[in-house]
Design a protein around this ligand. Structure first.
Ligand code: AMP
Length: 121
């Protein structure tokens, strides 16, 4: 499958659509989910054009993979939900059709600010 340049997160990365930005560096952009599911619901996306987790793990550079993973903790710390200083959170990635992925640009959901409940519903 080819990366869709017109997916909503690609437009956010290009600055064509606004977002409620939490954090940005060379590797990641983080912003609040527009359809908040928990007290805190953040998204963390890589800057590179990757459709999903498998595309990323197969094609991204070591630097991008490290930058993305570290980005999660930089964001969790900024939001005060890190296990290091806060009460923790759930990080999930939906992958593909069966995983329920709607936006075809890799993203972590970070849920926190309250107990997030069972892992699968
Ligand atoms: P997923 O189902 O894992 O692909 O999640 C996509 C997420 O993107 C959903 O939780 C949406 O609410 C969220 N979303 C869609 N459009 C926007 C937007 N413009 N700004 C922030 N979040 C968005």
């Amino acid at each position: 499958m080819k990366y869709d340049e017109n997916n909503i997160f690609a437009k956010i990365l290009r600055g064509e659509i606004p977002c409620k930005k939490i954090y940005e560096d060379d590797f990641v952009l983080s912003f609040f989910d527009i359809n908040q599911q928990k007290k805190i619901h953040a998204l963390v996306i890589p800057k590179g054009k990757y459709i999903d987790l498998d595309d990323f793990n197969i094609n991204a550079s070591q630097e991008e993979i490290i930058g993305f993973m570290k980005g999660i903790t930089l964001v969790s710390k900024k939001l005060g939900i890190s296990s290091n200083g806060g009460n923790g959170y759930r990080a999930i990635i939906n992958v593909g059709e069966n995983g329920g992925q709607e936006v075809p640009h890799l993203h972590f959901h970070l849920f926190g600010g309250e107990k997030v409940g069972k892992i699968v519903s």
